[in-house]
Design a protein around this ligand. Sequence first.
Ligand code: ADE
Length: 226
Amino acid sequence: MFCATLLTLFPAMFPGPLGQSLAGDALARGLWSLEARDIREHGLGRHRAVDDTPAGGGPGMVMRADVIAASLDAAAPPDDPRAKLIMSPRGQPFTQRQAREWAAGPGLVILCPRFEGVDERVIEGRRLTEVSIGDYVLSGGEIAALAILDACVRLIPGVMGKPESGAEESFEAGLLEYPHYTRPRAWEGRLIPEVLLSGDHAKIAAWRREESERITRERRSDLWEP
Ligand code: ADE
């Protein structure tokens, strides 16, 4: 079973939105599990400190290597087969391919940093994989971790109602998705494209493919390589 362990200063942020809808139903059905652990349990002193001032000076605070390592080691023994991730805007970009890989595995241990970041030595020493969900800066790793788990969990066998509904969506064929329509046939003067009402499945498939290609070319030339 896919087991997610989160290391965070805000365990109440989990499961959050993953407790609802598709992921939430799957969680209740035991198709995956989630554990949020409070990093502060490994904090130091009376105030359970988890951070300190940056070596070399500068603004903000840095999460301590010893505290983070203690939290990681308590959550995952050295032989834990799961990948250990740290959320960071400087990490490798998260992709649908990566979601498929992780969804097929035993789960993930995800460190959610706050403050300026984490002491580099614990990233090296515990072989953490730095992962980014996009070129913008969030106030912490929790929302990034939720996004990654959402993308993985929906791919776990049995979570989605119809497995084929995954095969045609954006990125699965290296293309963005074609447009969808449903009743009514006319809405505010806009009509459903005639071909979709034709009943000709080959023609419909060809139209959808062309639309996918057009939208990918127009919006994401970086994905477009026929
Ligand atoms: N933490 C802050 N910003 C982030 C991002 N874009 N991706 C992953 N983790 C983050």
